[in-house]
Design a protein around this ligand. Structure first.
Ligand code: KIV
Ligand code: ZN
Length: 506
């Protein structure tokens, strides 16, 4: 069977999603997990877009050695030089050059002729080729361009040294058979196409990104560009987990394989959701909370008798733990460690001790501690690493009489305890105002949401907040059985991200 290479762009196109910005350590964490997942190529960022992006790409090249590490560049000499500076230390570096190719972009945005674009594409690929052998080129908005012109561009960039030619459906306009015909046309009509891998990059504006990508591989494309949970610009990109599981589950139809370790899918999906703050819709294929839940009596009856009656994928194949054991306050270190390992976590001694302590505190309040609770505890502990301010304690008084009041104590990086209090319209407002009096960084709260991690009145509540400062959005999360505490943790988490980002920029 032929193998399709998986090019993950969660850290580049995925991070372009509105409100989804990640800090350097978070990007590194995701890159490490993508390596475990077995992706062939990680597009780690767009170095010319910001110093932070450049720093993140170069950090990833040093820490993640197995996959190809790719940096994006516009067809400008400076961008290409910056991309190379960021990836040069990689074990396997790649530069990805892109330039618009549709008339609508040429006329209204770039104000350049087709000939000029053709020449720039050739020259900039040749420039990248002087740095590395592994060069990818994308004619942006290819699906809305004239096919004959795309054939011409592809021939030119392959002559200049491109080893991968990527066909983007930039605005998610294509339909499967049309896009498949286009890919087949490229393979038939570009004379030197045999010297390059044909790749596809589909957006999801019409909900067709996965269908278009699958049709393209059926017609000869051998690289797919995709993101975890399908995150990305506007409606997102093709979802990695859906493409991979379609190819795996229907290998009888596609007759193709990938290098992906599917048992890492669930963990990767949770990590990306946690760090970007984008929740996964319950009915999302493969990784949604309901993807393997059977509600109707007829379905449940079938699954009990024989899972394949209504389950086309064994949940364990994608790494969803088949947990029967529920932990409680009598569970010891050993059982907890085993559960963590089953969930895919390997923590160092200090981190383990902190999470175990949090587990014991939770088990005192909650009779049964489920896997989702444990995942939330680990995430909460990881959030408190390298904080600028740590929420030490919070107290509120509220109700339908009197004025909601909050007092908070934060600990700063010099271990100083800083206390203040405030009144507010409600307890969360009062808590945030008290925190503001200490942190003193102006921002606007743009989103506040709360959800319970599991069923039951004693469940952990998880709060997500987004704040905006100087047109940049920062996401914070916090979890606790007390929703006011969870809210304060989430707000402090968002402020910590804002302060850290400002420190990096300055
Ligand atoms: O959607 C797009 O066209 C892109 C290119 C940079 C490949 O993201
Ligand atoms: Zn894109």
């Amino acid at each position: 069977m032929d193998r399709v290479t998986v090019f993950d762009t969660t850290l580049r196109d995925g991070e372009q999603a509105a409100g989804g910005s990640l800090n350097i350590q978070e990007k590194l964490g995701i890159a490490r997990q993508l390596e475990k997942l077995g992706v062939d190529i990680i597009e780690a960022g767009f170095p010319a877009s910001s110093p932070g992006d450049s720093e993140a790409v170069s950090l990833i090249t040093q820490e993640v050695r197995k996959p190809v590490i790719c940096a994006l560049a516009r067809a400008h000499p400076d961008d290409i030089d910056r991309a190379w500076e960021a990836v040069e230390k990689a074990e396997h570096p790649r530069i990805h050059v892109f330039l618009s190719a549709s008339d609508v972009h040429l006329v209204y945005q770039l104000k350049k002729s087709r000939d000029e674009i053709l020449q720039m594409s050739h020259e900039m690929v040749a420039r990248a080729k002087r740095y590395t052998d592994d060069v990818e080129f994308s004619p942006m908005d290819a699906s809305r361009a004239e096919p004959a012109y795309i054939y011409q561009i592809l021939e030119a960039v392959i002559t200049a040294g491109a080893t991968t030619v990527n066909i983007p459906d930039t605005v998610g306009y294509a339909t499967p058979s049309e896009f498949g015909n286009f890919i087949e046309g490229i393979i038939r009509n570009v004379p030197n196409i045999g010297r390059a891998v044909v790749s596809v990059h589909c957006h999801n504006d019409l909900g067709l990104a996965v269908a278009n990508s699958l049709e393209a591989v059926r017609r000869g494309a051998r690289q797919v560009e995709c993101t975890i949970n399908g995150i990305g610009e506007r409606a997102g990109n093709a979802s990695l987990e859906e493409i991979v599981m379609a190819i795996t589950t229907r290998s009888d139809f596609f007759n193709l394989t990938t290098n992906i370790d599917t048992t890492q899918i669930y963990k990767t999906s949770r990590l990306v959701s946690e760090l970007t703050g984008f929740s996964i819709q319950p009915n999302k294929a493969i990784v949604g909370a309901n993807a393997f839940r059977h509600e109707s009596g007829i379905h449940q009856d079938g699954v009990i008798k024989m899972p394949i009656t209504y389950e086309i994928i064994d949940p364990r194949t994608v790494g969803i733990p088949a947990s029967s054991l529920v932990l409680g306050k009598l569970s010891g270190r050993h059982a907890f460690k085993e559960r963590l390992a089953e969930l895919g976590y390997s923590l160092n001694e200090a981190d383990f001790n902190r999470v175990f302590r949090a587990f014991k505190e939770l088990a005192e309040k909650k009779k049964e501690v489920a896997d989702r609770d444990i995942e939330s505890l680990v995430a909460e502990e990881q959030r408190t690493i390298s904080e600028v301010y740590h929420l030490d304690r919070i107290q509120v008084s509220c109700g339908d009489r009197g004025i909601p009041t909050a007092s908070v104590v934060l600990i700063d990086t010099d271990s100083q305890a800083l206390a203040d209090a405030a009144l507010g319209a409600g307890p969360v407002d009062a808590a945030f105002k008290a925190i503001d009096k200490i942190v003193k960084v102006s921002n606007t709260l743009t989103e506040f949401s709360i959800k319970s991690i599991t069923e039951g009145i004693d469940a952990i509540g998880e709060v997500l907040v987004r704040i905006e400062s100087e047109n940049i959005t920062y996401t914070g999360r916090g979890a606790d059985t007390d929703i006011i505490v969870a809210s304060a943790k989430a707000y402090v988490n968002a402020l910590n991200r804002l302060l850290t980002a400002k420190k990096v920029t300055s």
